[in-house]
Design a protein around this ligand. Structure first.
Ligand code: COA
Length: 257
C-alpha cells in the first residue's frame, strides 16, 4: 500500500519506517503524504498505544528531497502550508511517538524528530540542520522547535554552521533523550515504548497535550490548562482503575476509557 515507508504493527507498538534507501530516505511529497496517511490509520487503531518512527542503519532521513526543492517557486512554497502541517502532525498526534535515530538525520529529518515526543539515538547518528549549505534555512519548524529544545545558542550553532552532531553530542545538549550503541538502540527503544504503552492511553494523551501547551502558552494560562486536564481525568475509568490497582497492590490494566 505504501511505497516510501513501511507500516508495521506489533501491538501495542507500531513502527513507521522510512524506506527509500536509494536517496537515504530523503522525504519527497509522496513520503510525506504516506506518513500522514499512516498516522491517520494508527490514530484510530486502539491496539496501537505507542508509535516508533525509524529509518535504516545508514539514515533515519537525509532531509527533504532536494530534487523537489530545485524547481519549487517561492509563492508555491509560501502558499503551500502543507509543509508546516506535515511537521505539526506528530506533535498533535494523540499517542506518544518515539524517534529511533541511526545514521543521517538531517534537515527535515531533524525537524521531524523535533516534533516527536522522545528521541533515542544511536552513537552512529549524525543529526543536523544543513540547509544553510544550500542557501536556505530550516523550513519545517527547525528554527522554532530547536531553540525550545536545546536553547538559542546551540540552535544558532547548528543552523548557522550547518554541521551535524553525533548521537553523544545530541544527548549532551538535550536534543535526544538517550543514546546507545547501534546494536542496542532498537531493543532499548522498544523497552521504553513498551513501558509507556502500559500506561493509560487517555492520560498519555492529556500528558502530551499539557506538555505541548507549555511551548505555546504563558505560565498562568498553562497552569490553568493543566488543572482543567487534570480534573478531566477524574472522569475516566482508567483513573478509577489506577487508584484501585494501587490499593490492591497489583498492576493496573488500563483501557483508555
Ligand atoms: N535529497 C535528495 N537526494 C538525496 C538527499 C536529499 N536530501 N540526500 C541524499 N540524497 C541522495 C544522493 O543524491 C545520492 O543519490 P545518487 O546515488 O543518485 O547520487 C544518494 O542519496 C546517496 O547519497 P550520497 O551523497 O552519495 O551519500 P554519502 O554517504 O556520500 O553522503 C550525505 C551522505 C547525507 C552527507 C549527503 O547525501 C548529503 O549531504 N545529503 C543532503 C543532506 C541535506 O542537505 N539535507 C537537507 C535538505 S533541505
Amino acid at each position: 500500500m505504501y511505497e516510501n515507508i513501511l507500516v508495521e504493527r506489533e501491538e501495542p507498538l507500531a513502527f513507521i519506517t522510512f524506506n527509500r534507501p536509494e536517496v537515504l530516505n530523503a522525504m519527497n511529497r509522496k513520503t510525506k503524504e504516506e506518513v500522514l496517511a499512516a498516522l491517520a490509520e494508527l490514530e484510530g487503531d486502539e491496539g496501537v498505544r505507542v508509535v516508533i518512527v525509524r529509518g535504516s542503519e545508514k539514515a533515519f532521513v537525509a532531509g527533504a528531497d532536494i530534487n523537489e526543492f530545485a524547481d519549487t517557486r517561492p509563492m508555491d512554497q509560501w502558499v503551500d502550508r502543507r509543509e508546516q502541517a506535515y511537521y505539526e502532525a506528530i506533535p498533535s498526534f494523540p499517542k506518544p511517538v518515539i524517534a529511533m535515530i541511526r545514521g543521517y538525520c538531517l534537515g527535515g529529518g531533524c525537524e521531524l524528530i523535533l516534533g516527536c515526543d522522545l528521541r533515542i539515538a544511536s552513537t552512529t547518528a549524525k543529526i543536523g540542520q544543513p540547509e544553510i549549505n544550500l542557501g536556505l534555512i530550516p523550513g519545517g519548524g527547525g528554527s522554532q522547535r530547536l531553540p525550545r529544545l536545546v536553547g538559542e545558542g546551540k540552535a544558532m550553532q547548528m543552523v548557522l554552521a550547518g554541521e551535524p552532531i553525533s548521537g553523544e553530542e545530541a544527548k549532551a545538549i538535550g536534543l535526544v533523550e538517550e543514546v546507545y550503541p547501534d546494536e542496542e538502540v532498537e531493543a532499548r527503544t522498544r523497552e521504553l515504548a513498551l513501558r509507556i504503552a502500559e500506561k493509560s492511553p487517555i492520560a498519555l494523551r492529556l500528558a502530551k497535550e499539557a506538555i505541548r501547551a507549555a511551548s505555546n502558552m504563558g505560565l498562568k494560562a498553562g497552569l490553568e490548562y493543566e488543572t482543567a486536564l487534570f480534573a478531566l481525568l477524574f472522569s475516566t475509568e482508567d483513573k478509577a482503575e489506577g487508584m484501585k490497582a494501587f490499593l490492591e497492590k497489583r498492576k493496573a490494566a488500563f483501557t483508555g476509557r
